[in-house]
Design a protein around this ligand. Structure first.
Ligand SMILES: [Zn+2]
Ligand SMILES: [Zn+2]
Length: 253
């Protein structure tokens, strides 16, 4: 295939930028890396971002589980800010995510209460438990929304306001507004609402790219919401171009 600057092949990729694993205390234990990849493939998803609460310890195992399969994995995390706002932090490289993880753990206090919140299992690509994480992953980091977004950008990631339509842990539920000063790269709409309804409802946010994701905590929920992105290949830099509608790249609504 010949490719030149103006002869790029653009394709539609089915993306789910918000999937949990069994490391999240609120996710089911069956949500281990191999099962998650399997279900994503069954749901015809081309790209997923793994975003557990304040932790990324299963990401490398999901990448291993996906090795050689027709699916791309972006390393990510769902960070809870001091204001109890959930932000998706999605990166190109595991090394960038590791830098973010260091910042998050340095600012996260407390120990998990398994009986109250659930087990936080680090599970490898062969479904073997490597470790039980005992940090309070459902807690908030001691960093403001602005600080978290600055760190995400410092490590070359994208910052997405998670499930803005939800009545808890969203920037609208916690702060009541979204403005350009917050530097979000995109806004996520939950599966329950979907992008079309959100466009009608949040007219004032018309300039932002909207995505929708499954926010799956259960295997059966993978695929319940998909963002279709027109781009050349399933990478973060292509996605950034789609957010800016550059060179034909775009989010299809
Ligand atoms: Zn959330
Ligand atoms: Zn989530």
């Amino acid at each position: 295939m010949v490719e030149s600057g103006n002869l790029k092949m653009l394709k539609i990729f089915n993306c789910d930028f918000h999937v949990h694993t069994c490391l999240s205390p609120c996710a089911e234990l069956d949500m281990h890396p191999g099962a998650l990849v399997e279900q994503a493939l069954n749901s015809k998803i081309d790209l997923i971002a793994v975003c557990d609460h304040n932790s990324s310890e299963n990401v490398s195992y999901v990448i291993k589980a996906a090795f050689g399969k027709k699916i791309e994995i972006l390393p990510g995390m769902e960070v809870t800010t001091k204001e109890e706002v959930h932000i998706l932090a999605i990166f190109n490289f595991v090394s960038d995510l590791a830098d973010m993880q260091r910042v998050v753990y340095n600012n996260l206090a407390g120990t998990n209460d398994e009986n109250r919140f659930g087990i936080q299992a680090v599970v490898n690509e062969n479904a073997e438990v490597e470790e039980i994480n005992d940090k309070l992953l459902l807690g908030s980091v001691d960093l403001s929304l602005d600080e978290v977004i600055s760190y995400i950008h410092k490590f070359n990631g994208i910052a997405v306001a998670a499930h803005i339509d939800r009545e808890s842990f969203s920037v609208l539920s916690q702060l009541g507004f979204i403005d350009a000063g917050m530097n979000f790269d995109a806004l996520e709409i939950s599966a329950a609402m979907g992008i079309k309804e959100a466009r009608a409802r949040y007219n004032e946010l018309g300039d932002y790219p909207f995505i929708t994701s499954s926010d799956a905590h259960y295997i059966k929920d993978i695929g319940r919401a998909i963002t279709k992105v027109l781009m050349e290949k399933p990478t973060l830099s292509e996605l950034k171009m789609a957010f800016r509608k550059e060179n034909g790249r775009q989010i299809l609504e």
